[in-house]
Design a protein around this ligand. Structure first.
Ligand SMILES: Cc1ncc(COP(=O)(O)O)c(C=O)c1O
Length: 403
């Protein structure tokens, strides 16, 4: 067949797709040195996946339910998994939820995507934390929201700054649609919002009638005292939509998460799902697994990740020392690092690649180009020994980049 010129479809893309977006979660590049120790992404520990119990749960579901296990289900999600979530919320936090308050999604970011579809018009303002989870920023920017960043410190989002920003946005006629926050074991900041700030945030949101999107992906992975009650649990006005995920406590490959919120908000979000719901089969297996094992499994995970967190903090102390300041997370997967003096961030990344260590650049976590003097380290994937070695390489890279 004769070759013809292939047509360039660029001009046909929707306005929001015309821009040259970077690929989400592009794999980090390698230098010429040793294979890199990956501190870049929050991948769960590969040895922690409960293979045998999942095999058993799958067999039980297939044998017990036969063809029903493979059928379509509702868009909201498999009742059995909704009930597992309801019973865990009640048991751990005293939250009374019904199936109508919930929907199962294909991961936490998918839940965020449906929140945006239900609430955000192109050009609407949303408040984010600075730094912010880069995956959430991708969702907001690509769905044409305008993120406005409020600084984070050791106590979580700075509420005074938030109040000032909200007041001036309201005055400009740009009242934010929602405030997106990761209150526990922040990604990427590693900090937890204090109870006082949670209450102040709820007060402010109620005063201006702004939704709070509470992304609580790491609540259960807690290595010290329990975090304060969730914003959802504290809310008296029905303003909070809380997102949870099985990615970090079971397996991200199952793509199972949930959104919890006022019935009316969840119903609207359901109208903007055109995928007929999340895998019923996977949900049945997860529900079967969770009923039997999830609580014990989380106890084991906490031990695994606490050891890794400790390895990272000790490694940083020993090998990075005064070259940087970093957060000390009480849970979750992340440490946020601010360099003590200005080091060119491109040069630092090059040196880190040569040494054989990767991290997430700080700029990925700000909507406005900030973050050049910072980066995020994730301790969830490498072994404790690799973590210590990775911090040694990081210290080397910093010294090389400075010289
Ligand atoms: C704060 C936060 N929210 C949501 C997610 C997304 O998780 P998933 O889409 O796998 O449920 C992550 C993953 O790293 C996260 O850190």
């Amino acid at each position: 067949m004769q070759d013809v010129d292939r047509l360039d479809l660029s001009e046909l893309f929707a306005g929001r797709a015309q821009q040259e977006w970077g690929a989400p979660l592009a794999p980090p590049r390698q230098g010429s040195g040793p294979p890199p120790i990956p501190f870049t992404y929050g991948l769960p520990d590969p040895g922690s996946f409960p293979y045998q119990d999942i095999i058993q749960a799958t067999a039980t579901v297939v044998n017990r339910e036969g063809p029903q296990a493979f059928q379509y289900g509702t868009t909201r999600g498999f009742d059995g998994l909704l009930d597992v979530i309801i019973s865990r919320l009640a048991g751990h936090e005293g939250i009374e939820a019904t199936r109508q308050n919930l929907m199962i999604t294909n991961g936490g970011l998918h839940a965020l995507d449906t929140v945006c579809h239900a609430f955000v018009n192109p050009g609407d303002t949303v408040i984010v934390e600075a730094p912010c989870f880069h995956g959430a920023l991708d969702v907001f920017l690509r769905l044409e929201a305008k993120p406005v960043a409020v600084a984070l410190d050791d106590g979580g989002m700075r509420i005074e700054e938030l109040a000032d920003k909200v007041a001036s946005l309201v005055e400009e006629g740009r009242k934010p649609k929602f405030i997106y926050t990761v209150p526990n074991f922040h990604n990427p900041g590693g900090v937890t919002m204090t109870l006082d700030r949670r209450l102040a945030l709820l007060g402010l949101a109620a005063e201006h009638k702004i939704v709070i999107v509470e992304d609580d992906a790491y609540r259960e992975l807690c290595y010290e005292d329990d975090p304060p009650p969730s914003l959802y649990a504290l809310d008296r006005h029905g303003l909070v939509i809380r997102l949870g995920t099985f990615s970090k406590i079971l397996a991200p490959g199952m793509r199972l998460a949930w959104a919890l919120g006022p019935e009316k908000a969840i119903s609207k979000m359901l109208l903007f799902r055109f995928d007929t719901g999340t895998s019923q089969f996977g949900s049945r297996v997860a529900a079967e697994y969770c009923r039997e094992h999830i609580e014990d499994h989380i106890v084991d995970l906490v031990k695994v990740y606490r050891e890794k967190r400790d390895a990272m903090l000790h490694g940083l102390e020993e090998h990075v020392g005064s070259l940087a300041r970093w957060t000390r997370p009480q849970g979750g997967f992340y440490v946020w690092v601010d360099l003590s003096e200005k080091i060119d961030s491109d040069r630092l990344l090059e040196c880190a690649r040569e040494e054989g260590v990767n991290y997430l650049r700080g700029t990925a976590c700000f909507p406005d180009g900030r973050g050049r003097n910072s980066f995020r380290l994730s301790f969830s994937f490498p072994t404790a020994d690799e973590i210590v070695e990775g911090t040694r390489r990081l210290g080397q890279a910093m010294r090389a980049a400075k010289s």
